[in-house]
Design a protein around this ligand. Structure first.
Ligand code: PMP
Length: 368
């Protein structure tokens, strides 16, 4: 399909990524693969600021690591404090529960971020939880949680901090060691702008020590086994998605060429600001509470009488694929993803079309 993509993921990929992914395959045990694997992990360590812990590549999507980190880092029957600000926080809860662990929930209305003082209270009331689970960027509502502040509170209570960074990694800053994080996972198909199939995980020493002692970690997602394998054989225990890893390596080189992580993240900030400004000028409102807007995706509230899906369909007819509303706010929102490959000109064009679409829908429904 020939659409300009403003999706929630998979997103449009950089042309350089698509080019490298088309190379002929070879063995993942070959020295040429090992070199790319090691270089990609080294670049990710810099990008995520991981000196002490480990960064690993997994042949799965992000949810695989959401599940693996529960099985490897929380005792059977143990408790996790799951913070929920939207659909993906709810998924975290169900992953915890479907793996025989218990979830204690701190939940907010769509559009809100987790407040550090509430987390502090919840941890005072539940001193027996082993970990706190946080969705860094809630893709369904376009809210970026204040991760450094939340992690600080969790550390004051001596809890492990697990972070779903699927729609944040690559688009929002992550300072793994400095912020005291224990697990952070992301997916290739989001802000790095690589096709789906690769998950990226960062794990702290404390997490890995706990995982070593865990009895049933399973085979496929045995995280200490991944660490050992990577250190000894520069690869993964089962076959990795090599094209995606080549693509990610290329993106991390583009980051370097741009002048480093700060410059790359500024591009994301600029996209997000342009979109928020444009959306407000059209007279639409943003679901996220001020100060917590996502750098990677914006959930827009539709005017009374217009459904999110109607905006999505009308934009598609004009050649722009946005994202439908998701979760409990599905009806009254649509989303504009700003991840992956796009130009500022693409954004301006999308906003011009969105203005016309909203005017047309209002006219059709007699709302204007
Ligand atoms: N968490 C969040 C915040 C997400 O946005 C998504 C994907 N939309 C997931 C988890 C699931 O990731 P994956 O599809 O890579 O398993």
């Amino acid at each position: 399909p020939k659409y300009k993509l403003f999706t929630a993921g998979p997103v449009a990929c950089f042309p350089e990524v698509l080019a490298i992914m088309g190379v002929q395959m070879f063995s993942h045990r070959a020295k040429e693969y090992k070199e790319v694997h090691v270089d990609t992990v080294k670049r990710l360590r810099e990008f995520l600021e991981v000196k002490e812990g480990e960064v690993l590549l997994f042949p799965s999507s992000g949810t695989g690591i959401m599940e693996a980190s529960i099985r490897n880092g929380v005792s059977k029957g143990g408790k996790v404090l799951v913070t929920i600000i939207g659909a993906f926080g709810k998924r975290y809860k169900s992953v915890v529960e479907s793996n025989g662990r218990k979830a204690v929930v701190l939940e907010y209305e769509p559009g809100k971020a987790v407040k550090p003082e509430d987390l502090d209270d919840a941890l005072k009331k539940n001193p027996d939880v082993e970990a706190v689970a946080i969705t860094y960027n809630e893709t369904s509502t376009g809210v970026l949680n204040p991760l450094p502040e939340l992690a600080k509170v969790a550390k004051e209570h001596d809890k492990l901090v697990f972070v779903d960074a699927v729609s944040a990694m690559g688009g929002a800053d992550i300072k793994f060691d400095k912020w005291g994080l224990d697990v952070v996972f992301g997916s290739s198909q989001k802000a790095f702008g690589v096709p789906p199939g690769l998950a990226i995980g960062a794990f702290s020493k404390a997490f890995l020590e706990k995982a070593e002692k865990m009895e049933e970690r399973g085979w496929y997602f045995d995280i200490p086994k991944y660490v050992k394998y990577q250190n000894e054989k520069q690869g993964t225990p089962s076959t990795p998605p090599m094209p995606q890893i080549f693509g990610l390596n290329v993106v991390l080189r583009i980051v370097e060429k741009m002048g480093g992580k700060e410059e790359w993240l500024k591009m994301y900030q600029k996209r997000a600001e342009m979109i928020r400004e444009g959306v407000r000028e059209i007279g639409l409102s943003i679901l996220a509470e001020p100060g917590y807007e996502s750098p990677t995706i914006t959930a827009v509230v539709t005017p009374e009488g217009i459904k999110g899906d109607e905006v999505y369909e009308a934009m598609r007819k004009r050649g722009f694929e946005l994202a439908k509303g998701y979760g409990s706010v599905k009806e009254k929102t649509f989303r504009i993803g700003h991840m992956g490959y796009m130009t500022f000109e693409d954004i301006r064009e999308m906003l011009d079309n969105l203005r016309e679409v909203i005017e047309e829908l209002k006219r059709e429904k007699g709302l204007a």
